[in-house]
Write a protein that binds this ligand. Sequence first.
Ligand SMILES: [Zn+2]
Length: 245
Amino acid sequence: MTVNRRTLLTRLGGLAGLGAAAAAAPALAAPLTPELERRLSLCQPAGDPLEELLRRNRRFSTIWQEASSQHDTRRRADRLAQVWNGGCQLNPRALDAGQRPWAALLGCADSRVPPDWLFASGPGELFEVRSAGNTAADSCVASLEYAVAELHVPLILVLGHSGCGAVGAALGLGALTPLLTDLVRPIRAALPAGAPLDEAVRLNAAAAAAALPQRSAVLREAVGAGRLRVVAAVFEISSGLVSLV
Ligand SMILES: [Zn+2]
């Protein structure tokens, strides 16, 4: 089945706050003029977006590790701020008129794993979807459908991380509320009993990456047409490095 734009809008109409807008307007993302497209694409990598994410992360990791041994808070802040030095920042006026992100992430809500920082990216570069345990929950899948169908993002990186509390909870390491039990259910389903936390984080990221095209016809068609890659990776907090799973 071909998933056209109307189908996507119908699906996204289920998202809170988007229903009325989707019904009233044919487009969720306004078309870009050639000049605006050019201005919004100035920070896009010339080559493989995945390689660019990993290249930027290696630089982040170096600074992150150097900052770890800096005990003076001001000097540590100065060093960490250098993550963005020499990078590309889009014009706020262009961003006011539209967006053309070149990668999307499904990451954990954990306070230690902000994608803009790990990948030294400015506003308008990364389309970020976050939930505890980087699960492919309905709202996350719908958001990524929007990124792919409307914003033409060519890459989704599912990013787990070391010490993930949600994955730990799925392994039965903590007490859960009913809603949290629902949240970790898909994580739990992807893990063998007794898996060590590090292994469980990798398995969960891989399972979420596999689930995206399985659960979404929009994403599945984009992958099938060669317009989209879905890749799993893990961020190691101690080293600052992102490794593909
Ligand atoms: Zn986490």
